[in-house]
Design a protein around this ligand. Structure first.
Ligand SMILES: *[C@@H]1O[C@H](CO)[C@@H](O)[C@H](O)[C@H]1NC(C)=O
Ligand SMILES: *[C@@H]1O[C@H](CO)[C@@H](O)[C@H](O)[C@H]1NC(C)=O
Ligand SMILES: *[C@@H]1O[C@H](CO)[C@@H](O)[C@H](O)[C@H]1NC(C)=O
Ligand SMILES: *[C@@H]1O[C@H](CO)[C@@H](O)[C@H](O)[C@H]1NC(C)=O
Ligand SMILES: *[C@@H]1O[C@H](CO)[C@@H](O)[C@H](O)[C@H]1NC(C)=O
Ligand SMILES: *[C@@H]1O[C@H](CO)[C@@H](O)[C@H](O)[C@H]1NC(C)=O
Length: 524
């Protein structure tokens, strides 16, 4: 009797929330999906392509109906088949910081095909296509090497001609063949010094009322808009945003991103702000078109990139970004990504995720089949339940905070000794990816006699202005958690290009054959 009454009252109240209160807040979500390229799909939803470098599958895609509530739906690149390094070889070059970065995604109405294009290190251009953004995606063409489609933007204009803008410093436009699967010609169109800056990247291309536009930026500070009657120029330019206050405390001035039109003709700029240890998070703001044919930026109450603006469209809920996974199978969902390509013979998803060891190593960064999941929010918490009955002698398994400096809590087995360990400071050179430090066990306790199931928890303060640290704990019952190890200081360098993630770690130091089973994972 009582509850329905409250619900009725609530819904009555909700209907009376005035329009002015229907704002969204920046960042639109607190997670690392950098280099957004956003465009409209055939279903009226917006699709957001992002960079994920050496994580596999590559080039994640999110979907939204309102530009504010986003849901991961797939990846454009099923497997990073761009060279041996992507399979994380035991020796030799690894693909840290390679893979996908600032690539582009568009739907082509004329043949009902989604196109992903981009340049991967070192320096090759690729096309992947799909009938649906959710996939399946497949390799479609190699567009050559050398002249890299560095930070590219695909345009399919009103004549169905396909152009791609790209370059750093010198910006070029290439025209593609009718099927989009080869390049017909390419031409320089303008350079950074034409705007009085030393460097320029992050280009996207649009056609608006017949006029060609290029959005790009000087890294760190300024977004420019360029306009021309022809894709080949000449282009004139104006500044859209320069050195604005970020809506995220200690975040960088947003500058790179996408221009988006809503069905009612309003326009928005989705950019992103750099705020490590989390990474690069999307921020949205309205723009207005001026009489001279250039857009101007709409400042927020803070005089910069607003923390809050009116919703662009009626809010439409999507699947929440956080929640509990039980690994029902048969596949992992789009929120999971492997560190480099996985050895697919060494895991299975069927009412639990079984990770068999896939490498014999003492270097976490050379261990294949480390599974990752983004952290969401300012205070992300991850909890896993692990059955380690089938661990082999010498195996190391755990759950941690992963990037170029990592830490985890886990089980190390030596002979018949099973220890719960906190391991810190596994460190890479942030530019070369070379391992500098295998890390060290900072605290260890024996596993309670006969127990083969345990819960691990990682709690982070991922705010750029926060304590920027992580605490790890374990539990025998999933309720009472015991801290292990000192507080781990999260690293805030940008050069790895990606922020911290949760990671499920499982590798051998002696011989393959062991496995662990993860039965639940909660990300909150
Ligand atoms: C449309 O895309 C498909 C898939 O890439 C391609 O095979 C086909 O040639 C394209 N059709 C046209 C008319 O461009
Ligand atoms: C495009 O043209 C339409 C119709 O003339 C006009 O309403 C709209 O403002 C124009 N959009 C831009 C971005 O110039
Ligand atoms: C909504 O956004 C507008 C424009 O940025 C701002 O002036 C207003 O204060 C915001 N309202 C709320 C309730 O945050
Ligand atoms: C197992 O632990 C015992 C007691 O600490 C120790 O004496 C023994 O060396 C350990 N065995 C291995 C293989 O580490
Ligand atoms: C972490 O590793 C780096 C690189 O080897 C080293 O310089 C640093 O001293 C280590 N820090 C700790 C606390 O072990
Ligand atoms: C980690 O623990 C330390 C010491 O108890 C505390 O100051 C810090 O706020 C904690 N951080 C998180 C993210 O829980």
């Amino acid at each position: 009797m009582f509850r329905p009454c409250i619900l009725a009252l609530l819904s009555l109240l909700l209907n009376f929330i005035p329009t002015w209160a229907k704002n969204f807040t920046n960042p639109v979500f607190y997670a690392d999906y950098p280099d957004n390229d956003i465009s409209l799909g055939p279903d009226g939803a917006y699709y957001y392509s992002a960079s994920n470098f050496h994580y596999s599958p590559g080039a994640p895609i999110l979907r939204s109906w309102d530009l504010v509530n986003w849901e991961p739906v797939g990846h454009s690149i099923p497997r990073l088949d761009f060279g041996d390094g992507y399979d994380l070889p035991a020796t030799g070059q690894r693909a840290y910081r390679y893979g996908t970065w600032a690539s582009t995604l568009r739907y082509r109405k004329s043949n009902k095909t989604w196109y992903w294009m981009g340049c991967t290190n070192f320096w090759n251009n690729w096309v992947f296509t799909a009938a649906s953004a959710e996939g399946p995606w497949s390799y479609a063409a190699y567009l050559g090497g050398g002249d890299c489609y560095y930070d590219s933007g695909l345009l399919i204009d009103d004549k169905d001609d396909m152009y791609i803008v790209y370059g750093n410093g010198q910006i070029k436009v290439a025209q593609l063949a009718a099927d989009g699967l080869s390049q017909v010609k390419t031409q320089p169109v303008f350079k950074a010094s034409d705007a009085g800056v030393e460097y320029m990247e992050g280009s996207r291309m649009y056609q608006i009322n017949g006029t060609y536009y290029i959005l790009n930026d000087q890294p760190g500070s300024t977004a420019f808009v360029w306009k021309s009657e022809s894709p080949w120029g000449p282009y004139e330019h104006k500044v859209l945003v320069k050195d604005v206050t970020s809506p995220v405390a200690a975040g960088s001035s947003p500058h790179q991103g996408s221009l988006i039109q809503t069905a009612d003709g309003a326009w928005y700029f989705m950019s992103f702000t750099w705020a490590y240890p989390s990474g690069r998070m999307p921020v949205l703001a309205p723009i207005k078109w001026e009489a001279d044919g250039f857009p101007s930026f709409v400042k927020g109450d803070n005089g910069g990139w607003g923390k809050s603006y009116p919703l662009p469209l009626p809010a439409k809920a999507v699947k929440p970004l956080t929640g509990t996974y039980r690994f029902e199978g048969p596949a992992l969902g789009p929120t999971f990504e492997w560190n480099h390509n996985p050895d697919t013979s060494k895991f299975s998803v069927n009412k639990g995720l079984v990770l068999q060891t896939a490498s014999v190593t003492t270097d976490l960064y050379s261990a294949r089949n480390t599974l990752t999941h983004r952290i969401f929010g300012e205070f992300p918490v991850g909890t896993v339940e692990i059955d380690f009955t089938s661990m082999a002698d010498g195996d190391r398994s755990g759950f941690g905070a992963f990037r170029d400096r990592s830490a985890y809590i886990g089980i190390h087995r030596e002979g018949n000794n099973y220890s719960i360990v906190a391991a810190h400071n596994m460190t890479q050179d942030e530019y070369s990816g070379e391992t500098l430090d295998f890390g060290r066990v900072v605290e260890s306790v024996p596993v309670r006699e006969g127990v083969r199931k345990i819960w691990f928890r990682a709690e982070l303060d991922a705010r750029a202005i926060g304590s920027r640290d992580a605490n790890f704990s374990y539990s025998y019952d999933g309720r009472k958690f015991v801290r292990l190890g000192e507080t781990y200081e999260l690293y805030t360098g940008w050069a790895f290009f990606l922020g911290y993630r949760f990671a499920f770690i499982n590798y051998a130091t002696k011989a393959l054959g062991g496995s662990v089973k993860i039965t639940t994972f909660t990300s909150s």
